[in-house]
Design a protein around this ligand. Structure first.
Ligand SMILES: [Zn+2]
Ligand SMILES: [Zn+2]
Length: 554
């Protein structure tokens, strides 16, 4: 590579919400910004986690010099253990809280010697020919930063997840003056958060939530149960403050919630005196009016504490009349139905349930259109690349920039794997690199489930399955008697006698044909059965069930 060029390759986070990861490559080395994961959608049955495809990183492994984290949310750090398992030497840079949230994840993976380097907002790090600068931004978690990378080709700014909160509940306002200073220095390209770009105006301040919580606490006749993201430490902090104001004790349930609350207390991001904390086994000994229960499950995750409380499978907590439940998070697109089910269950059992947007118990951590405009006018970048979002979000960010007079030819709507090269102040697209997704199947945690498994599950749920049992002579490969055919989830058997009879005939003639060619190899026999039967069933029914041939040698 030319020593004045820079390539930026988003490997995740474009065309989707989640698994943010971007590679920067220049002659002196490669760095990554974030290594996030995402959660599967309903078209991936049985899959628990989705990671970015590391192929590009692998191809340039010898150039990898560092991973720089913007903040501690899963969609920015969740893939890190998987990355470090493959590249254990690479140093990881992040702010204090971000690294503390990463540490227990690495421990879970048995990664002990990771090189974690703490950075502070305002600080600069020189590595591999890059100077990286960390700029404080508001988001829904403390210690979030934007990253400005001074590279061989010029200054490139990544917003990370941000909003502009002029009355934040901690940490001060997004460092607008530093962003403005970078702008007057000359920003070559800006990679800006698009999550909320469909939303006009400004995102309300976190303060709004404090007020809403206080009102609900004022009215609550019994216990209060609050569900939030375990990583949403601002929200958790606000619940704690409301509890203090109303003299309520706090119990924490849900594994990740327990862990994050502990980390945040240890680091001083959450101020909960020990005397306020209630152990889980004591929950039922505390008078209802004196208790707040903090829990996970704001997304309706079926195995989360809130879902278990709602469907009465939680081991210690039963929902009851006079309980007040607050769901302090928006459902991530795709989770609406699950959340709705939890709300219904809770209400049926007599709880009073509060959720956004009916009550402002949650505000977004992502900039809306006016904030995006402020960012653009401070940074005055030559190029804009909207990131973090589905295509429609990227497109709205594009529109917002255009409404300010930003030239369309200097906005790039990219996808995962797009390659942008900067050289001599200009940008151009190069050929895409591989950037799919990598699926993690919870049943075999840490192992990978291939696309094949997902396809099979989809096929099973849509078209069912067909089992063929054939007895053949081990020597000659000849079929002994008629094969048995069993189907599940395919067609109702009683209506399908004719079809099944024909299917048996198809299998018989396939095996007569293979016997004529003296084929006795099981693999080949099974493939022949699958091929012929699948063609027949697709012709007759338009369905493609999974076909499972079993060969019994006699
Ligand atoms: Zn975030
Ligand atoms: Zn994010």
């Amino acid at each position: 590579m030319d020593s004045t060029a820079l390539r930026v390759v988003p490997l995740g986070g474009l065309g989707e919400i989640g698994k943010n990861m971007t590679a920067l490559r220049q002659a002196s080395g490669m760095i990554l910004i974030d290594a996030g994961l995402s959660f599967p959608d309903e078209e991936m049955p049985g899959i628990d986690l989705v990671l970015p495809d590391f192929t590009y990183v692998r191809e340039h492994a010898s150039e990898l010099r560092g991973v720089f984290l913007t903040h501690g949310h899963e969609d920015h750090v969740g893939a890190l253990p998987y990355l470090l398992r493959e590249f254990p030497e690479v140093p990881v840079y992040g702010t204090r809280l971000t690294l503390e949230l990463v540490r227990p994840k690495l421990r879970e993976f048995g990664i002990k010697n990771a090189e974690l380097r703490e950075v502070r907002p305002g600080e600069r790090v020189d590595t591999a020919g890059y100077t990286l600068e960390f700029i404080h931004v508001n988001h829904s978690i403390p210690d979030a930063v934007a990253i400005a990378a001074h590279t061989a080709a010029g200054l490139v700014v990544f917003s990370g997840d941000y909003k502009i909160d002029l009355t934040p509940i901690e940490g001060g306002t997004t460092d607008l003056s530093r962003l403005a200073a970078l702008g007057s220095q000359g920003v070559l390209a800006y990679f800006g958060d698009s999550t909320n770009s469909e939303r006009p105006g400004y995102v309300p301040s976190e303060r709004v939530v404090s007020n809403a919580l206080r009102d609900i606490f004022d009215e609550a006749p019994g216990r209060i149960i609050v569900a939030s993201f375990a990583s949403h430490l601002h929200r958790i902090g606000q619940v704690v403050e409301a509890a203090k104001l109303h003299d309520r004790l706090i119990a924490v349930t849900g594994r990740s919630m327990v862990r994050n609350v502990q980390i945040a207390r240890d680091l001083g991001y959450l101020n909960i005196p020990a005397s306020m904390m209630v152990e889980q086994h004591e929950i039922n000994n505390i008078p209802d009016r004196d208790l707040v229960i903090l829990t996970t499950g704001s997304q309706g995750e079926p195995l989360s504490a809130l879902s278990r409380i709602a469907n009465e499978t939680h081991k210690t907590i039963r929902v009851r009349q006079d309980d007040t439940v607050i769901i302090a998070a928006h459902p991530i697109p795709g989770n609406e139905r699950k959340v709705s089910r939890v709300i219904n269950d809770l209400m049926k059992r007599g709880a009073d349930v509060h959720y956004s947007p009916l009550k402002p118990v949650h505000v977004s951590g992502h900039a809306a259109q006016e904030e995006q405009k402020i960012m653009l006018s401070l940074l005055k970048p030559r190029y804009l690349v909207p990131v973090h979002g589905e295509y429609r979000h990227l497109r709205h960010h594009f529109n917002t920039a255009v409404s300010m007079g930003f030239p369309t030819e200097r906005i790039f709507l990219l996808e995962n794997g797009s390659q942008l090269e900067f050289r001599a102040g200009e940008a151009r697209r190069l050929q895409n690199v591989p950037a799919g997704m990598f699926l993690i199947d919870g049943a075999s945690f840490g192992d990978t489930a291939s696309d094949v498994v997902v396809r099979e599950r989809q096929q099973l749920s849509a078209d069912g399955m067909f089992v063929v049992v054939a007895r053949i002579n081990a020597q000659s490969g000849e079929l002994l008697g008629a094969p048995d055919v069993i189907s599940r989830g395919f067609v109702y058997m009683r209506d399908a006698d004719g079809l099944l009879q024909e299917a048996i005939e198809v299998v018989s003639s396939t095996l007569q044909e293979t016997a004529r060619h003296h084929i006795t190899d099981w693999g080949e026999l099974k493939n022949s059965i699958r091929r012929d039967l699948s063609r027949f069933l697709a012709d007759r029914t338009g369905k493609r069930p999974i076909i499972l041939p079993l060969i019994v040698e006699v």
